[in-house]
Design a protein around this ligand. Structure first.
Ligand SMILES: [Zn+2]
Length: 207
C-alpha cells in the first residue's frame, strides 16, 4: 500500500510529499522545496536509508531549494524533467535569483520520460508530461494518487507568466489530466489536496 504524507516548506509554502511503500518501507520524496529542521527531522525519523529517490515535478526554486542538502543527507539519486536541465544552472529560469544568495547547486542523475514507467525502489510511478506552468512540468501517478505539481491546483491551475510558461499548453495539460478515466486523489504543489471528480465539476479551467 502507498502512504502519502507531506510537509509545507519554504517562504512560498510548497508541499513536499513523502510517498512510502508500507510493505518495503521504500520512500520517494517529491519536491524538496526547502531544507529546514522539519524536513531533516522527518527524513531522520523515517530512516535516511529508506529514501530511494528524490523526484521533481518541475525545477522552480520553490520546489528544488532543498535538493542539494537532501541528497547529501540521504545519498539518494534525483529524477528531474529533462526539458528543464538548464533550470538547474540558470537562476533566471529557476527563479533562484529571487532567493538572496541563491541556492546550492545539484545534479539530476536521471531524466523522467512520459510513457516510460518510473521505478524507484519498490515504487512504480506513471509519468505524464504536462507543460504549461513550465516547459518540463510533469505529473506523477501512483495507485489512485496524482502528484500534480504546479499544473493543477484545488479550483485553479498554475501561473504561466514565468519563463517557458504557456497558457494554451497548461489548458491542454489540465484537460488531459481531467480526461484520465476514473477519480484521482490530487496532491498539488501548493494548497490543499482535492479530487479529480471535484475539479471536473468546479475548476473554472475545466469548464
Ligand atoms: Zn512553479
Amino acid at each position: 500500500m502507498i502512504e502519502l504524507t507531506h510537509l509545507v516548506l519554504g517562504p512560498l509554502e510548497t508541499n513536499c510529499y513523502f510517498v512510502r511503500d508500507t510493505e518495503t518501507g521504500d520512500l520517494v520524496i517529491v519536491d524538496p522545496a526547502w531544507y529546514d529542521p522539519s524536513l531533516e527531522g522527518k527524513v531522520r525519523a523515517a530512516g535516511a536509508g529508506h529514501v530511494k529517490g528524490i523526484l521533481l515535478t518541475h525545477c522552480h526554486v520553490d520546489h528544488i531549494a532543498g535538493a542539494a542538502q537532501l541528497k547529501e543527507l540521504t545519498g539518494a539519486p534525483l529524477w528531474a524533467p529533462p526539458q528543464e536541465k538548464e533550470f538547474l544552472t540558470d537562476p533566471a529560469l529557476s527563479l533562484a535569483y529571487m532567493i538572496p544568495g541563491g541556492i546550492r547547486s545539484f545534479e539530476a542523475e536521471y531524466p523522467v520520460a512520459e510513457g516510460k514507467p518510473l521505478q524507484i525502489g519498490s515504487l512504480s510511478f506513471r509519468v505524464l508530461h504536462t507543460p504549461g506552468h513550465t516547459i518540463g512540468s510533469h505529473c506523477y501517478l501512483i495507485e489512485d494518487l496524482m502528484l500534480s505539481g504546479d499544473t493543477l491546483f484545488f479550483g485553479s491551475v498554475g501561473r504561466t507568466d514565468h519563463p517557458t510558461g504557456n497558457t494554451a499548453m497548461i489548458m491542454q495539460s489540465v484537460r488531459r489530466l481531467a480526461a484520465l478515466p476514473g477519480d484521482w486523489r490530487v496532491y498539488p504543489g501548493h494548497g490543499p489536496e482535492t479530487t479529480m471528480k471535484r475539479e471536473r465539476l468546479i475548476n473554472p479551467y475545466l469548464q
